[in-house]
Design a protein around this ligand. Structure first.
Ligand SMILES: NC(=O)c1ccc[n+]([C@@H]2O[C@H](COP(=O)([O-])OP(=O)(O)OC[C@H]3O[C@@H](n4cnc5c(N)ncnc54)[C@H](OP(=O)(O)O)[C@@H]3O)[C@@H](O)[C@H]2O)c1
Length: 297
């Protein structure tokens, strides 16, 4: 599918027109009522659960894993059911989110497929497991959706990319409503999901390293470690928020803080002489090459 839509706000880099019909307000999305099962409520599954539980339209949430110990506490919410029985879970829901490791997916799909209903919406967050492979186990007539969230889902700030099979296009707004509960989402063609994984899922690590480097610089300038960390984090958050709120291009915001012959441009140019932008771009490309090698194994 070629359509590309993003929730709530205009594209942060100004690419999407503000009156784009594809931009759906979260108000509209919140009207969808859901019963959901998360098969494999591990690290990501629990983050997704936390996001879903903030939604008033969620009526029931089944969370499955073999060892339920780690899920204690979730069932304090009356809508939550904890079970190791995947079939029991899917019998009671409309939407099934698969968050198991890739090596477990085929076996679990085969085990539940005779209990699937045509109305079930199947959402996989599993890395590198193509829609065509899912269709081969279930069918092209099932609603199949792939989503790639990141770990910021646990704090409601994931950037989630979503692709669907042909049938799944009918349920794409439902998928967006689920992932918009834990951040923002964008519909992209499946061919771009690997690239999106690098930018958004690996991207969390890239940004962490930039924040850590800033912290190290701040300590060298005399701040205590905890102060340096706070300064770096909040400045990074402020920079991203400036772009999101203003819709400006980053270079416009850079122009606002670079006095001619001043300290900011001095530092920025030195960083570029040392290869800042180039090393980031090369790193992103190296990750992309690697993820494509992993995919073909
Ligand atoms: N973490 C991320 O940032 C991220 C981002 C995007 C996509 N993903 C993808 O999301 C998937 C999950 O990642 P994760 O980090 O959350 O992994 P994880 O913590 O290992 O979670 C997977 C869970 O599946 C459960 N499980 C295994 N067999 C099961 C079965 N037969 N029935 C029900 N549950 C079962 C495991 O619990 P038990 O052993 O107790 O059953 C485990 O808690 C992976 O495919 C990953 O590629 C992760």
């Amino acid at each position: 599918m070629g359509a590309r839509t993003c929730n709530e706000k205009p594209d942060p880099f100004g690419n999407a027109p503000k009156n784009n019909k594809n931009i759906l307000l979260s108000r509209e999305l919140k009207s969808i009522i859901m019963n959901v099962a998360i098969i494999g409520a591990g690290s990501l599954g629990q983050s997704i659960a936390k996001g879903l539980l903030t939604s008033e339209t969620l009526t029931a949430l089944y969370m499955t894993k073999r060892n339920l110990e780690a899920l204690k506490g979730f069932d304090a919410d009356a809508r939550v059911n904890l079970t190791s029985d995947n079939i029991l879970a899917i019998k009671n829901v409309d939407v099934i989110i698969f968050a198991i490791q890739p090596r477990h997916f085929e076996g679990i799909l085969n085990a539940i497929k005779s209990d699937l209903k045509p109305s079930h919406v199947l959402i996989s967050v599993i890395t590198g497991f193509a829609i065509s492979r899912i269709e081969a186990i279930v069918s092209k007539e099932n609603y199949v959706i792939r989503a790639m969230p990141n770990t910021a889902a646990s704090v409601g700030q994931s950037m989630t990319c979503i692709s669907t099979n042909e049938k799944g296009k009918e349920k794409v707004e439902l998928a967006k409503s689920i992932f918009n509960n834990m951040g923002r989402s964008m519909i992209i063609p499946e061919e771009q999901l690997q690239a999106a994984t690098v930018i958004c899922a690996s991207g969390i690590a890239f940004w962490m390293r930039l924040i850590r480097a800033t912290t190290q610089g701040a300590i060298q300038l005399g701040f205590e470690a905890h102060e340096a960390h706070e300064l770096a984090m909040q400045t990074c958050f402020g920079a991203a928020t400036l772009l999101k709120e203003s819709g400006n291009h980053p270079e416009e915001e850079i122009d606002r803080v670079t006095t001619p012959s001043g300290c900011t441009i001095e530092g920025l140019n030195e960083m570029e002489h040392q290869g800042l932008s180039s090393s980031l771009i090369k790193g992103i490309n190296a990750s992309f090459e690697k993820i494509n090698q992993i995919k073909t194994k």
